[in-house]
Design a protein around this ligand. Structure first.
Ligand SMILES: [Zn+2]
Length: 98
């Protein structure tokens, strides 16, 4: 498992969320996070297929069904690809954690 922020593998367990999911903390950057299904590894071939389907202007729900990825992951992927605003995202996430 890698840190979602800095990709470090220096991850320690850090209690649980209210929903009983194990929570983790990155010792490198201090980021706290929950292991998430949206972080499932997606193969390059699948990403390339998704890129093609996006160009066809298919709905995200349809692309998710065809490629077998979760809609949440797909939304995140599209956001990263087309709306890269890392600083804004980082601030938002910190507010949510607090
Ligand atoms: Zn980190």
């Amino acid at each position: 498992m890698n840190c979602p922020k800095c990709q470090s593998t220096q991850i320690i367990k850090y209690g649980h969320t209210h929903y009983g999911k194990p929570r983790f903390r990155c010792q490198a950057c201090g980021r706290q996070f929950v292991e998430d299904a949206t972080r499932q590894p997606i193969e390059d071939a699948t990403r390339q297929l998704i890129d093609k389907l996006l160009l066809e202007r298919l709905a995200l729900a349809a692309i998710a069904r065809v490629t077998g990825v979760s809609q949440r992951w797909l939304q995140m992927y599209v956001n990263q690809k087309f709306y890269q605003t890392p600083k804004t995202i980082e601030v938002t996430q910190k507010n949510q954690v607090g």
